[in-house]
Design a binder for this molecule. Sequence first.
Ligand SMILES: [Zn+2]
Length: 173
Amino acid sequence: MAHPGTVSMRKVREWACRGHVIEASFKVGACPRLAESCAGGGASQAEVIDTRWSFRQGLEGFPLIRLKASGALQLECQRCLSPVAWTVEVDCRLTAVGSESEIREVASPYDTVVGGPDGLLLRTILEDEILTSLPMAPMHSHCAGARPARFEVAPGASRPLAGLGALMRQSRD
Ligand SMILES: [Zn+2]
């Protein structure tokens, strides 16, 4: 199965019972929310996220999914606004339930994913997990180390402190 978009809850339960594993690759450009957080809106995101989904039966009878994902994203450096490479490494465990009301029955320490009428949307789950793992303010290491005094403003970027220097000179005069 190359691109398992949606998996019905019946299938998820069946896979959990027999310890099924699926592997799939997701193009970043085909994941809208992920692409949005990439440099340039991800328009040219040919990068691929490789995923591995292991299903098994959880203690409470709910399917337990272990998701491992790896790949690379080009995020936007928050200081110089040019792309900065970010390595995706996700390894998480999720309890799958069929409805919101079932969440109350889950006592496991893992996050819960809720299957809609169509089942589980694997791409949405993947996007959620990667987005929560991304840094709040991605930055090149050399940009992160730069002192604000050497802050170079990219053309077209907003310059909230642009008038400050002039103000300070005025107050000294
Ligand atoms: Zn930078």
